[in-house]
Design a protein around this ligand. Structure first.
Ligand code: SF4
Length: 439
């Protein structure tokens, strides 16, 4: 019999949220909580919410309501981007006990203890939610939430930065996450060492605005951090999750090309291939700048996987602008495109712009870009067919096949029949690629 308190996590949204939930999971475990599946009757349910699109917010609301209904006796704690931007709305959902935002997350231990005491005093019936969300200060500091283990035995996300000060006109993130702030390089290196000592082979640098790393620290930037990390013993791969085009500096290009550990896979959000739309979005580059950047990268790393995000149906996006965008996107020959329709977020400048487009137009444009993305991805992959590719094995299936990613982020499954010996998780294996190996 155990009298440990049982806690379940439900995480919505991006990789940063996943990393933060994982860090809190480890914090609560070290404090004696038992992390369980939702079906195992948790005493505490923690919902880490998202608000980056309207769908993120409405999914978050649905999950909170469902959890409160299905676990009426559990403590329901809500945190993350949606509760940071809409704390009152969250606190009014029946059954919610605690509302945190994207700051002070470690105080959850204190709040949970208090709430448990109140429950024992049978205050549950008249429970009132604790609202512990505060606005961001301009000098907000990076909040440490260290990670001990990664998302899998092989790959680990390493958060190096939080917040964004760019204020693109469509984006709620600077309000939900506060100003850009960096984690100290000592803390980053020390966490990376721990992850490598725990057996991880690949580290993925993540943040809300990763390219802004170091701007708030004298003498530090992303290229320097990468050079320091690349020297760590036992690191096989280092990957940057995403980087804004204007932050892909010459120094960064030198750093990523001079360390073979750095994966030739760069996700560089474009958002639109039309200059007039980029201007209205307040994106700080134009399509020519973007094209020059891709050329610079390809000169040094001709087979690098260059992937992007595109948003369709920004307010006032005309048919001509959309056509310009399609044409430009096609010319970029991306290895992958993540496309989504513009989503009106209250509090942003774009939400107040006239000429909001109907959903039907946004969706039709999404479909066109998806089709373009599939075509350019197929073209990108074609060049590797028949050539040996290195895969870092993340799992071995029952049939002996080995699954993992290549440095340029192709997900591959080599069948067990190719196995000349014993494949191991965490090992790099190399085989000529066939179409059927691509997951
Ligand atoms: S750079 Fe722009 S899109 Fe990205 S998080 Fe900051 S404001 Fe949002």
């Amino acid at each position: 019999m155990t009298n440990k308190l049982k806690v379940s996590f439900l995480t919505l949204g991006c990789k940063v949220n996943q990393t933060e939930s994982e860090a809190l999971n480890q914090l609560l475990t070290s404090e004696g909580y038992e992390v369980v599946q939702e079906a195992e009757g948790p005493d505490v349910v923690i919902i880490n919410t998202c608000t980056v699109t309207g769908t993120g917010s409405s999914k978050s609301r649905k999950v909170i309501r469902r959890m409160a209904k299905e676990h009426p006796l559990s403590t329901i704690a809500v945190m993350g981007c949606y509760s940071q931007t809409q704390p009152e709305e969250v606190s009014q959902i029946e059954g919610v006990d605690l509302v945190l935002g994207t700051q002070d997350r470690a105080t959850i231990l204190y709040h949970l203890r208090k709430l448990a005491e109140q429950k024992q005093e049978k205050h549950l019936k008249e429970r009132k939610p604790v609202l512990a969300v505060r606005d961001f200060e301009s000098q907000a500091e990076y909040e440490e939430l260290p990670l001990i283990e990664g998302e899998s035995r092989v790959r680990a996300m390493l958060k190096i930065q939080d917040g964004c000060s760019q204020f693109c006109t469509y984006c709620i993130v600077p309000y939900a996450r506060g100003p850009a702030r960096s984690r100290s390089s000592e803390k980053v290196i020390s966490e990376a060492r721990k992850l490598l000592e725990a057996g991880h082979k690949e580290i993925i640098l993540t943040g809300i605005h990763t390219g802004a790393y170091g701007k708030d620290q004298a003498g530090m930037d992303l290229s320097k951090l990468i050079s320091q990390l690349a020297e760590l013993p036992n690191l096989l791969r280092l990957r940057i999750s995403s980087i804004e085009p204007i932050e892909f500096s010459e120094d960064l290009l030198t750093a990523v090309t001079s360390h073979q550990e750095v994966c030739p896979h760069f996700h560089i959000p474009l958002q639109s291939g039309s200059d007039s739309v980029l201007t209205r979005m307040k994106r700080p580059y134009r399509v020519d700048d973007y094209a020059r950047l891709l050329n610079r990268i390809r000169e040094k790393l001709p087979q690098a996987a260059l992937t992007t995000d595109v948003m369709t149906g920004f307010p006032g996006e005309t048919e001509i602008e959309h056509e310009q965008s399609l044409k430009f996107i096609e010319s970029c020959e991306f290895a992958g495109i993540h496309v989504f329709p513009y989503s009106r977020r209250t509090g942003t400048i774009a939400a107040e712009m006239s000429n909001q487009l109907p959903r039907s137009i946004k969706t039709a444009r999404v479909q066109e870009i998806i089709a373009l993305g599939q075509k350019s991805r197929a073209n990108y992959i074609k060049q590797f067919i028949g050539y040996p590719l290195e895969v870092l094995v993340e799992k071995i299936e029952e049939d002996g096949s080995a699954q993992g990613h290549t440095p340029n982020y192709l997900e591959i499954r080599f069948p067990g029949s190719l196995n000349p010996g014993d494949w191991q998780v965490g090992q790099i294996i190399k085989h000529p690629l066939k179409h059927e190996h691509i997951v």
